[in-house]
Design a protein around this ligand. Structure first.
Ligand SMILES: Nc1ncnc2c1ncn2[C@@H]1O[C@H](COP(=O)(O)OP(=O)(O)OP(=O)(O)O)[C@@H](O)[C@H]1O
Ligand code: SF4
Ligand SMILES: [Mg+2]
Length: 332
C-alpha cells in the first residue's frame, strides 16, 4: 500500500558539551522509513537512541537539521506558516506517555474531545455531542454518559489514556504517533490499550508506536525499526526481525528480554559507550559493544543494506554490501 508519511534522510543535531569542549550530538542521523495506512510500525531502541526526537520531528515540534518529511507526497519539514502546520497537525496526531500530564485537570472529558473538533472545524456545536459520543465508544469508554462529564482525576490511568487516544482520533488523523503510550500504565491495563491500537488499524490509520519494549512491539506491530545512537540499524516485518534478527544490537536487545520462546544464542553484553552519537567518528557506532566486530567496523560506517527481501540492516558482517563494484570493474 502507498505510504502516507515518508521520512527521507532525516537528521537532527544538538549542541552538547560545554563552552570549552563544544560538540554535536547526532540525535537522529539519516533516518529513512515510511508509514502506511492500516499498519503499525514500532520504533524501538534503548533510552537515548533518538526515538522521541524522531517523533518530535514528525510532529513538527522540532525542525530537522536536514532531510524530508513527506506527507501525502509533500515535504512538510520546513513549513513555517501557522496555517500549513495546523493543517498538517490535523492529519498527524500524538499520544503521549503520561495521560495525566497531557490532560487538563480543569476540563471534562467532553471538553477535551470537543476542542479538536472545533479547532479543525470538524463539528459545529450541534454535531459535537454526537461526535464525542462516537469517539468515546470507539475507544471503549462506555457507557458514554458515565464518562463524558468526568474530570481526568476521576478516571483510572487506562481510562485517561483512552481519552487521550480519543482526542488524537477526533481530527480523523491519517497518522498517529504514540510515544511509549503504555509505559506509565499498570501492567494489568497495558494489554487493553495495545488491543485498542490493534483495533484502530481498521480506521486505516498509520501508527508509529515508539517503545523500548520488544514484547509489546511484537504483540501490536506489523513492522519494526530498531534505532541505536541516532541511526536505524535494522528494519523489517516485526515477526521476522524478532525471530531472526540480523543486527547484533537487535540480538542484544532480544537477549535482554525475559522470554523463553526466543530461539537465539545469548550475546554477551560488553561495556558500551553512551556517547556513540556525539561527534561520531567514521565506523560503526555499535563497535565498542559488538561481539562480532572486525577491523573494517572501526574504519567505515556501515550502510543500510537489504540483506534479504524486506529485511534491512546496517552491519558489515551480518548484512554485507553487495560488491557490485567488483562486477563493474573492467577486466585488466
Ligand atoms: N532539545 C534537546 N537538546 C539537546 N539534546 C537533546 C534534546 N532532545 C533530545 N536530546 C538528546 O538526544 C538524544 C536522544 O533523545 P531522545 O529523547 O530522542 O531518546 P529516546 O530514544 O526517546 O530515549 P527514551 O527511551 O529515554 O525516551 C539524548 O541524548 C537526548 O539527551
Ligand atoms: S558493523 Fe561491525 S561493529 Fe557494527 S554491528 Fe556489524 S559487526 Fe558489529
Ligand atoms: Mg523517548
Amino acid at each position: 500500500m502507498t505510504a502516507i508519511l515518508e521520512v527521507r534522510g532525516l537528521s537532527r543535531q544538538f549542541r552538547s558539551g560545554g563552552l570549552l569542549r563544544p560538540s554535536r550530538l547526532h540525535a537522529v542521523d539519516d533516518v529513512t522509513f515510511a508509514l502506511r495506512p492500516g499498519r503499525i510500525t514500532a520504533l524501538a531502541g534503548e533510552s537515548g537512541s533518538g526515538k522521541s526526537t524522531v517523533a518530535r520531528l514528525l510532529l513538527r515540534l522540532l525542525t530537522p537539521s536536514s532531510g524530508e518529511v513527506l506527507f501525502a507526497g509533500r515535504n512538510v519539514a520546513r513549513d513555517r506558516r501557522r496555517r500549513d502546520v495546523l493543517r498538517y497537525r490535523k492529519h498527524v496526531q500524538m499520544i503521549f506517555q503520561d495521560p495525566f500530564g497531557s490532560l487538563n485537570p480543569a476540563k471534562t472529558v467532553r471538553a477535551h474531545l470537543e476542542r479538536p473538533l472545533r479547532i479543525h472545524g470538524i463539528a459545529g456545536r450541534r454535531d459535537a455531542k454526537a461526535r464525542v459520543d462516537t469517539l468515546l465508544e470507539t475507544v471503549g469508554l462506555v457507557p458514554v454518559a458515565s464518562i463524558a462529564d468526568k474530570y481526568p482525576h476521576e478516571l483510572s490511568g487506562g481510562q485517561r489514556q483512552r481519552v487521550a487516544i480519543a482526542r488524537a482520533l477526533a481530527a480523523n488523523p491519517k497518522v498517529v504517533i504514540a510515544d511509549e503510550p503504555i509505559s506509565m500504565l499498570d501492567v494489568s491495563i497495558r494489554i487493553g490499550i495495545l488491543n485498542l491500537m490493534r483495533d484502530l488499524k481498521e480506521l486505516e490509520i498509520a501508527f508509529l508506536y515508539v517503545t523500548h519494549d520488544l514484547a509489546s512491539a511484537r504483540y501490536v506491530a506489523d513492522d519494526i525499526l530498531v534505532m541505536y545512537a541516532g541511526q536505524i540499524v535494522e528494519q523489517g516485518p516485526v515477526d521476522e526481525v524478532l525471530a531472526n534478527p540480523l543486527h547484533p544490537y537487535t540480538r542484544l536487545l532480544i537477549a535482554s528480554v525475559p522470554d523463553g520462546e526466543r530461539n537465539l544464542e545469548p550475546i554477551e553484553i560488553r561495556k558500551g559507550t553512551a556517547a556513540a552519537a556525539v561527534d561520531p567518528a567514521p565506523g560503526c557506532r555499535f563497535v565498542d559493544r559488538c561481539p562480532l566486530a572486525i577491523a573494517v567496523c572501526r574504519q567505515t560506517t556501515p550502510e543500510l543494506v537489504e540483506a534479504e527481501p524486506g529485511r534491512i540492516a546496517r552491519c558489515h558482517v551480518t548484512a554485507p554490501r553487495q560488491r557490485e563494484d567488483v562486477h563493474a570493474q573492467p577486466a585488466a
